[in-house]
Write a protein that binds this ligand. Structure first.
Ligand code: MGD
Ligand code: MGD
Ligand code: SF4
Length: 752
């Protein structure tokens, strides 16, 4: 498509305008000049913007951007208005216990004792498989590391999972299967030198606004920079693209294989690079098998632009153009998010983005990188790196791998072969087992009763009397409270100290700025008290505070490729974050991994410039991955596709952003976007009530008619607890990553 320079400036300026509102936006809090400023990180998206918290009379008075962090003092509205969230009267201030069907105030002793007793009884009666922890990419690193250790090492239960399973699991699967190690190899700084951006399945302008501003600024500074956007919706991100490919949802694999086909046919591949640094692989009978370049080219022969065009419903010429723009630029940066991850081929889609970089050699160089955008502020540092998922152990180790278990047993001072060798239950399996084989669950910093896919199926289990549910939560109106037996009030954001690890491997310290309201306490203290009462060996939890936990975790990291031993608490206090690997206290941090001279994990005398040390042969894998359809396709009864996601100012389930009057006003109730041609055919006008029926449920939402959705597609956000969009979505998961396909299901659309 492409827009004029004027339009470009209009669209990017609309987003950029939000980025300077760092001073409380004329809110009441802003009237008070702060006494002190405390350094921290925004608690919303994985961009991880640095903030300065202005404190007056012991309260957060205002929030502005940290000029020394990567966001250079800028924030979007969500970050800038955090004062309204933290000061909300809806904060939980005392523990609650369910009595006679109602949650009533309780003392800390009562709530802790009841929870510990129920967990102990469950362990005695049903064993470790019957207890579970469900965590969050928004919890602090110290909280996730501690909960993971308590459950896996203390209680011997591997039922430790969290909302990153709904979010980044496919990205993890993609990085690990291609490079042998998780996490991106580049940094945000690559945006300043990329000449081509390949944005696929990411609405960067609404979901990572400060990064979008950075890439828009790059394009404004040099009009020869090209932006390709692959998204079935004409989002604000797509509006600034030189080339927009509004593919049918679920067809990106055909598209990317066709781009690879064109790249070889046009001889735009970098044979020196892939000849030296790449292995070709395919899965045969469930096992990875070596393939040759010729095998790969034969496989790609099936994906002509014309065939892919028919699958994706975009012009073949656009596919050719995308391939040429990608391969001909001097530096290409790919960015993707849930449009690829939340799919039953999520891992494969991730592999195919990496493939494009590996065959063109556009990787591990400034501006050339395959960069998965991270959703939550601490999905990387807190959950992925600490291994707080059902199949993982810290530092990229696998539970199913005996050597990895033995390493962690030694590190944690456990007897050899004492860790449970069976991976635990992943998110949807864990909630499916609740009340049956899983009897006691602890939830921290997430709201599953609203965010799980096909949610009615799981809330049916949350209602069972055979389950015990304790939650650690900050706000009184979170949907999951309805099902909790015990609620612990949590210290929020800068009411406690701890580390966040953002999407570019940057670890930053959030310093404590204010006290918590009422009796709310830091989650670390709650976890320690619970573990002690449950009888966890005190030697495993010798921590007085979160700084002690960081010390242990920092030391452990040195025994893995995720080495950040050089990041002492003191150093983090002084800086606005550091990027790992960072092995020593004088190391400046790493902007490009796998590259000799940049990455300290590559020996200085390594014979080759690039070394993909995550894989035994030192090469990255190019995977042969065929296109496969989504789990539920439209048919005569349900002829539309429903996709779900986000809007710029609301955060997930709305418990925090709905506390901000301006945001509530801008995004009151959930809505449904309908294509204007479809709307005409169905007699739907803007603002009409529209009924959505899927095989799992029905919902009535107000229509937003326009050109955003491609014909045949409708979109709804999931922030509104009064309109549970997740009652409609499927819960089919990617075979490898177990991430659900939130992005595609079949729906009937009619005027209500
Ligand atoms: P989504 O709205 O989930 O956001 O960030 P994004 O992934 O950017 O979906 C992105 C896009 O995927 C949509 O525009 C949708 O049209 C497209 N899409 C759907 N299906 C397909 C497909 O098959 N192929 C392709 N190519 N595209 C498809 C999510 C990220 O945002 C996450 S994970 C989190 S946890 C954070 N949450 C969040 C929030 O709640 N609100 C705001 N404002 N920002 C957030 N930032 C983070
Ligand atoms: P949040 O609203 O972020 O959503 O889903 P959730 O994690 O369930 O929930 C965070 C909860 O923690 C809130 O209840 C909040 O009040 C509480 N909280 C906030 N701060 C603190 C704190 O400091 N301590 C404690 N203890 N509690 C706190 C997100 C999930 O949603 C994600 S990550 C993804 S990627 C999925 N995306 C998605 C989608 O794209 N479409 C649809 N339909 N559903 C989706 N669900 C998933
Ligand atoms: Fe916070 Fe993300 Fe906005 Fe930055 S872009 S201020 S991290 S929500």
């Amino acid at each position: 498509m492409g827009c004029t320079r004027r339009e470009f400036i209009k669209y990017s300026a609309a987003m950029a305008a939000l980025t300077f509102l760092g001073y409380g936006c004329g809110r009441k809090e802003a009237e008070a000049t702060p006494d002190t400023w405390v350094k921290g990180v925004c608690r919303f998206c994985g961009t991880g913007c640095g903030v300065m918290v202005g404190v007056r009379n012991g309260k957060v008075a205002m929030v502005k951007g940290d000029p020394n962090n990567h966001n250079k003092g800028m924030l979007c509205l969500k970050g800038a208005l955090l004062a309204s969230v933290i000061n909300s009267p809806d904060r939980l201030t005392t523990p609650l216990i369910r009595k006679g069907g109602t949650l009533v105030k309780a003392t800390w002793e009562e709530a802790l004792d009841l929870t510990a007793t129920r967990f102990k009884q469950t362990l005695e009666q049903f064993g470790p498989k019957a207890v579970a922890y469900y965590g969050s990419g928004q919890a602090l690193t110290e909280e996730s590391y501690l909960a993971n250790k308590i459950f896996k090492a203390g209680l011997k239960s591997n039922n430790v999972d969290g909302n990153p399973r709904l979010c980044m699991a496919s990205a993890v699967g993609g990085y690990v299967s291609t490079f042998g190690k998780d996490e991106p190899m580049g940094s945000y700084e690559d945006m300043d030198s990329a000449n081509c951006f390949f944005i696929i399945g990411s609405n960067t302008s609404e979901c990572h606004p400060i990064l979008f501003r950075r890439l828009a600024a790059r394009k404004q500074s040099d009009p020869s920079v090209k932006i390709i956007v692959v998204d079935p919706r004409l989002t604000n991100t797509a509006r600034i693209a030189d080339l927009h490919l509004p593919v049918v949802p679920g067809t990106d694999l055909a598209l990317m294989n066709a781009m690879a086909h064109v790249i070889f046919n046009e001889e735009l591949d970098d044979s020196k690079f892939h000849g030296k640094y790449v292995s070709f692989k395919a899965m045969v009978d469930g096992k990875p098998v070596e393939k040759s370049l010729e095998d790969y080219r034969t496989f790609l022969a099936d994906y002509t632009p014309e065939k892919a065009a028919a699958i994706c419903s975009v012009p073949a010429e656009s596919i050719v153009q995308a391939a040429k723009l990608f391969a001909n630029s001097s530096a290409t940066m790919s960015l993707w998010c849930m449009g690829l991850n939340q799919r039953i081929q999520g891992v494969w889609a991730n592999n195919l983005v990496h493939n494009l970089h590996l065959i063109t050699g556009k990787i591990c160089k400034p501006g050339s990188t395959s960069f998965s955008l991270t959703g939550q502020p601490n999905a990387c540092g807190g959950v992925r790196d600490t291994g707080s998922l059902a199949h993982l152990l810290p530092g990229g180790r696998l539970i199913a791998n005996q050597e990895h278990r033995n390493q962690m047993e030694e590190i944690w001072g456990l007897p050899k072969d004492s860790l449970n060798p069976a991976p635990g239950l992943f998110t949807t399996a864990m909630f499916a087992a609740l009340g049956d084989t899983v009897r006691a669950m602890l939830v921290l910093c997430t709201n599953p009763a609203q965010s799980l896919p096909n949610v009615k199926k799981y809330t049916a289990n949350l209602k069972k009397s055979t389950k015990f549910l304790a939650i650690i939560e900050a706000f009184a109106d979170a949907e999951t409270l309805k099902y909790a037996d015990v609620v612990f009030p949590a210290a929020f954001w800068c009411e406690r100290e701890g580390v966040y690890g953002s999407g570019e491997r940057r670890y930053c310290l959030i310093e404590k700025a204010v006290a918590s309201p009422g009796e709310a306490r830091p989650s670390v203290n709650i976890l320690l008290d619970l573990a002690t009462r449950m009888g966890v060996d005190p030697k495993l939890i010798p921590f007085k505070n979160s700084a002690d936990i960081w010390e242990e975790w920092r030391e452990i990291s040195a025994k893995s490729a995720y080495n950040f031993k050089g990041m002492t608490r003191e150093r983090l206090r002084k800086t606005s974050g550091l990027l790992w690997p960072c092995p020593t206290e004088d190391h400046p941090g790493t902007k490009i991994r796998y590259s000799r001279g940049d990455d300290p994990m590559v020996p200085a005398d390594h014979p080759d410039k690039y070394f993909f040390y995550g894989n035994p042969n030192g090469r990255a894998n190019v995977w042969l991955r065929p296109h496969k359809p989504a789990a539920e396709l439209p048919d005569a009864e349900y002829p539309f596709i429903l996709t779900t996601g986000r809007v710029i100012d609301q955060w997930h389930t709305g418990t925090m952003t709905n506390k901000v009057p301006e945001i509530r006003k801008a995004f009151p109730a959930a809505f449904v976007e309908v294509n204007q041609e479809d709307a005409k055919r169905l007699g739907i006008a803007n603002g009409d009530n529209v009924r959505l029926d899927t095989r799992r449920g029905s919902l009535v939402l107000s229509a937003r008619v326009g050109e955003v959705c491609r014909p045949g597609l409708v979109f709804a956000p999931f922030y509104d607890a009064q309109k549970l969009v997740n009652e409609l979505t499927v819960d089919a998961v990617d075979e490898a990553s177990k991430q659900p396909e939130f992005k595609i299901c079949a729906v009937r659309v009619s005027k209500a």
